[in-house]
Design a protein around this ligand. Sequence first.
Ligand code: FES
Ligand SMILES: [Fe+2]
Length: 344
Amino acid sequence: MNVMTGITTEGSSVWGTRYPFHPYPTGWFMVGFSDDVAPKGVKPLRYFARDLVLFRTEEGKAVVADAHCPHLGAHLGYDSVVEGDTIVCPFHAWRYNSVGKCVEIPFTKSIPPQARIRVWPTVERSGIIFVWHDLDGREPSWDLPDYDESTRREDSGFHRLHDDFGGAHPQDIFENAVDFAHFPGVHSTGKTMANGELQIDGPRLMSPIKMLAVGEEKPADQAVPMSLAMAEVVGAGLARVASTTPYLPGGTSISWVGATPVDEKLTHYRVSFFLLIAPDCPLTDEQIEAFDKVSTEVNKQEQYSDGKIWPHKAYVARPMLSAVDGPILKYREWYAQFHPRPSA
Ligand code: FES
Ligand SMILES: [Fe+2]
């Protein structure tokens, strides 16, 4: 620890990064939006320092697999062709099905039994493509929770990817969910605090948050909150934030947030934002539309606010916390379950 500043960074020695833990945690991660690939579409990806290919079968199933063909190494993300539920390598036309098995080699009936590409566990939901990452290639140890988004307002909100956050570790990024004191400074809210107990359920951490309006002088239990949010961190690489405000009775704003390491230097940050509108919402369609427009703009801007901090900050292993800080250490203790063991 630096005795002058009290800052303990304690990063690099173990993993060669600025964090004292492995850069690639275990869990579900966003690797794209559904409309990134139409049926028969192919896209190269790179995550967890691995080259990957995303393709969509003619029937519509999204498949994520290791990119390099085991034959002579062509990258399946460039110039390959999808036919039925198979992808055909652009080099010598070996054909792999959607579970990764080679099912055809031109001009021979003999296919080596080990001829396969590794297909990653993939789930598509809420217009987002998720993969399961485990350093040792183990199967998912838990399923993505089900959320009722049946009242989603069509065409509301936005989704967006940006990759300007340097190598911020997903743990650092989702620490925001319990870092109540950063909201006024970074997101221009009024005083922000816990709105009840932090709830932990295995890989899910739910942080209820109350935000007051800027300049609100009344004590928190008497003031009308500007917004009440449930920030749920879903495993190592995702968060789903559901918030309500008195300006949209009967409505809930949803932000799906993903932080997926490309490598140790770069993290892809994705946001999908939309509204759920209950059938008994008293507002007119025009009023909802006006709210949607304004909140979409505000949220788009806010996605960049944290990104000014993350690439440059140190990881303070023993932070100097004050009375208004949220349960940062509890969060870190919970998150530790997603770090691979050093032997991995
Ligand atoms: S490298 Fe893919 S078929 Fe030869
Ligand atoms: Fe934030």
